[in-house]
Design a protein around this ligand. Structure first.
Ligand SMILES: Nc1ncnc2c1ncn2[C@@H]1O[C@H](COP(=O)(O)OP(=O)(O)OP(=O)(O)O)[C@@H](O)[C@H]1O
Length: 247
């Protein structure tokens, strides 16, 4: 299992962002849904080794992120696209992705090919030499995805990756997600239920720091039959689960 989590919590002062999560995941694309403030980003940040848990057990790629040496090994096999990623405006796309490849300790001889492949996979091949300050918001998001996949991670964590992507790019991106999920564990936090239906084999729905549903998209759809509100079957499943846990 690439992710092994039990009883995981995270507090920020008085706010209980994550309130006891149990989760195991191997390869595949895993969608993380939930309303604003449900705790998705906090959970992803713990899995990305960016913040430590307040309590509970967390093992990533079979290792303990609480140990400095093992954390370093995890980071070599990890890709993370945060909700907001800082960009150096004067960097070109290639320079930006290369910077992350070096941070993630990709062997230097392999860096140029790894960077070219990541840039190509997100459809920025023709903008490889463009400065980041000259890219659109959606293109910047794609550069962010390129840095996340440049080390061919076994654990890929994407926080709202399709925000800002145009419909054509979103469809292309879902194909990339499915490809990546053949080998890696890919966790995608999103507000777009279409992404989940099209690309995820499994979906969890978070509410108030806990997982209120964990199953296949088809199972989530079936929860909404005759219940829930929404225009699409997944939206009805989503709202039915939320109505149930809130009642
Ligand atoms: N750094 C922080 N300091 C204080 N409170 C925080 C911090 N990060 C998150 N929180 C709080 O923790 C809770 C969960 O937030 P989180 O960002 O994890 O939710 P989310 O599901 O990702 O929301 P969204 O869909 O809006 O991105 C919220 O109540 C939020 O205000």
């Amino acid at each position: 299992m690439n992710i092994e989590i039990s009883g995981l919590t995270r507090r920020f002062g008085r706010a209980q962002a994550v309130a006891g999560v149990d989760l195991e995941a191997g390869p595949g694309v895993f969608g993380l849904l939930g309303p604003n403030g449900a705790g998705k980003t906090s959970l992803l940040r713990m899995m990305a080794t960016v913040i430590p848990p307040s309590s509970g057990r967390l093992r990533l790629l079979g290792r303990d992120p609480g140990s400095q040496g093992q954390r370093r090994e995890i980071r070599r096999g990890l890709g993370y696209l945060p909700q907001t990623l800082g960009y150096y405006p004067g960097f070109t796309v290639v320079e930006f992705v290369e910077y992350f490849a070096l941070l993630k300790e990709v062997p230097p001889a392999r860096v140029p090919a790894a960077v070219a492949s990541a840039v190509e996979r997100v459809g920025l091949g023709d903008r490889a030499k463009a400065k980041l300050r000259n890219l659109s918001g959606g293109m910047l998001r794609r550069a962010g995805i390129a840095q996340a996949i440049v080390n061919e991670p076994r654990l890929l964590l994407l926080d709202e990756p399709t925000a800002g992507l145009d419909p054509e790019q979103r469809v292309t991106f879902r194909t990339l997600l499915r490809d990546l999920g053949e080998q890696a564990t890919v966790v995608v936090s999103t507000h777009l239920v279409e992404d989940v239906g099209a690309a995820c084999g499994r979906v969890a729905l978070m509410e108030k720091g806990r997982i209120a549903f964990d199953g296949t998209p088809a199972e989530l759809i079936s929860r909404g039959v005759g219940h829930g509100t929404g225009d699409a079957p997944l939206e009805r499943g989503y709202s039915a689960v939320l109505q149930q846990v809130r009642s």
